[in-house]
Design a binder for this molecule. Structure first.
Ligand SMILES: NC(=O)c1ccc[n+]([C@@H]2O[C@H](COP(=O)([O-])OP(=O)(O)OC[C@H]3O[C@@H](n4cnc5c(N)ncnc54)[C@H](OP(=O)(O)O)[C@@H]3O)[C@@H](O)[C@H]2O)c1
Length: 241
């Protein structure tokens, strides 16, 4: 059994998730590369191992309870605890205005971005409780913010994509609720806004690098005991709800 701290990042085979895994690996974590596709997960873990990091692929489709349960059992058997969970996996499926959105896309988006996070968090909470200092980071977005969405002059005000935005707003609500329940434990639960980052999710139109996009999440994953819980942060500090 490894004596390292153990971190699981969902959707870690590419994009910001892969970079978060890399950064946690460099900090000495054993990083579990959550990936819905076994081959993509293995390739990403091999890439990090070639960089000298302790990276292990774990098959995990956040919409598939059987893979979540199997991952939890495996982490329990191999490590006996989990120190950090980064709920990073997400989809961005809608591009049209709310009136053009179809139900199937809305449901599919919530399946991954909200129900998936709930299912993974619930399954792994017993292992996070076994860590002396469990940290949960939910990858939110500036597009989750009702305050920012309500401001017509906000820089991203034209991104009124109901499925994605509301799934991330719901994720923020989940963050507040879990943090409140766990307030008297060492576990901290926070939401991270990476900023508009160049990845496959936006056909690399984002203006920030994955290195920049990973910063807020890595900070929240490694908060000290007196750090915040139940908050919503980008790399510069709190984001308005
Ligand atoms: N990029 C931005 O500008 C931006 C801005 C704000 C917030 N975010 C958030 O940052 C996080 C990372 O996004 P990204 O830009 O790095 O996106 P990305 O490059 O599209 O990566 C998304 C990751 O999620 C995985 N995934 C999707 N559905 C999954 C499922 N059901 N089970 C497991 N994994 C699944 C993908 O796996 P596959 O490779 O198998 O598809 C991929 O590894 C997301 O939560 C996103 O909402 C991104």
């Amino acid at each position: 059994m490894s004596t390292n701290k153990v971190a699981l990042v969902t959707g870690a085979n590419k994009g910001i998730g892969l970079e978060i895994a890399r950064r946690l690996g460099r900090l000495g974590f054993t990083v579990l590369i959550g990936a819905r596709d076994e081959g993509r997960g293995r390739a990403a873990a091999e890439q990090l191992r070639a960089e000298g990091l302790d990276a292990i692929p774990v098959r995990l489709d956040v919409t598939d309870q059987a893979t979540i349960d199997a991952a939890a059992r495996r982490i329990e058997a191999e490590f006996g605890k989990l120190d950090v969970l980064v709920n990073n996996a997400a989809v961005f499926l809608d591009r049209a205005p709310p009136s053009q959105l179809d139900m199937a896309t809305l449901r599919q988006t919530f399946d991954t971005n909200f129900f998936g996070v709930f299912a993974v968090t619930k399954a792994l909470l017993p292992l996070l409780r076994k860590s002396g200092a469990g940290r949960v980071v939910n990858m939110s977005s500036g597009l989750a913010s009702l305050a920012q969405n309500s401001d017509p002059n906000w820089g991203f005000a034209q991104f009124k994509v109901l499925a994605y935005n509301s799934s991330k707003t719901a994720l923020n609500a989940l963050t507040v609720q879990f943090a409140a329940e766990l307030r008297d434990t060492p576990i901290k639960v926070n939401a991270a806004d990476p900023g508009y980052t160049a990845t496959d999710m936006n056909n690399h139109q984002g203006t920030r690098t994955v290195e920049q996009g990973a910063t807020a999440a890595v900070r929240l994953a490694t908060l000290p005991a007196d750090g915040p819980t139940g908050g919503y942060f980008d790399e510069n500090g709190p984001v308005p709800w």
